[in-house]
Write a protein that binds this ligand. Structure first.
Ligand code: MG
Length: 284
């Protein structure tokens, strides 16, 4: 039974936090290549450069060290590159200035900025984001399947650990996806966009009485790892393009985690995670 944050009570000593998009659910490629990228092409009339735009959007959001960054940051990187390589983007500096300045990457914050300085590019960014939401909501369930091994992995830890889904997507979407996939019964608590950043969600969970050494975050992006680090909790990476392999190894890693012997493996997995995103090259 999924609880709300206030009603939630710790049942086990261990807590496993699991990111949803691109970690448990194989939906990132569809979201980026069928929704974010095509909406960008339409909004900025970039049809002529379709292949280049989809390739650069994929590089920024799926297979680079910037995987998982907020859509408004990704848009700034993409527009800067388009402006440099393909065609001028009018008003670009007004948008990048907002991205650099804002402390809150939300639609509300962008709307507020538009009220203060009603520039065309800010309105385009907002419209693009709304179109993306529509496109994502219209994706068929076949584009939102769980990775192989997630069900088995969560079943394997259900008697040992509490399980929280920690996601930066809105709660209605995340719970619908987990329910449709038949995996929501594994989840004690969903903490989504409305609860703030993933780091904030983990911090709130710590207040429920878990010790830091008994909390582990599972994620597919550097931001997931950072949310674990800032809270002093462990991280288990799901490697982009090797998700099935990562989930297959998960129950073994959790056994080590529960015995307090996870640190050497965590260091190795963490290096592998960053090298995988950097395209096999060391990041130093
Ligand atoms: Mg993710």
């Amino acid at each position: 039974m999924n609880a709300s944050m206030n009603a939630f009570k710790k049942r086990h000593d261990f807590l496993i936090c699991v990111d949803s998009d691109g970690c448990a659910i194989d939906n990132l490629k569809a979201k980026h290549l069928l929704c974010f990228g095509p909406c960008l092409i339409r909004e900025w009339k970039l049809e002529k450069y379709r292949e280049e735009i989809l390739a650069l959007w994929e590089r920024i959001n799926l297979y680079g060290l910037t995987r998982g960054i907020h859509r408004f940051r990704a848009l700034a990187l993409a527009l800067e590159e388009i402006n440099e390589r393909l065609m001028p983007i009018p008003g670009l500096s007004e948008y990048t200035a907002w991205v650099e300045r804002t402390e809150d990457f939300s639609t509300a914050s962008l709307e507020e900025q538009i009220r203060r300085t009603p520039s065309a590019i800010l309105k385009k960014a907002l419209h693009w984001s709304e179109q993306v939401n529509r496109a994502v909501a219209g994706l068929p369930w076949t584009e939102k399947q769980f990775f192989e091994g997630v069900d088995e992995s969560l079943s394997a830890i259900a008697d040992t650990a509490d399980i929280a889904v920690v996601s930066s997507v809105n709660q209605a979407t995340v719970t619908a996806e987990w329910q449709h996939g038949g995996l929501s019964h594994h989840v004690d608590l969903f903490l989504c966009q409305e609860m703030g950043s993933k780091a904030r969600c983990i911090a709130r969970l710590k207040e429920k009485g878990y010790t830091e050494s008994r909390i582990l975050m599972v994620g597919d992006a550097p931001g997931d790892r950072a949310s674990a680090e800032v809270n002093g909790v462990a991280f288990y990476p799901i490697l982009a393009g090797r998700e099935k392999e990562s989930w297959k190894a998960f129950p073994g890693a959790i056994r080590q985690f529960c015995k307090g012997e996870y640190q050497p493996l965590e260091r190795r997995l963490s290096e592998e995670f960053m090298m995988n995103l950097a395209g096999g090259k060391s990041d130093d």
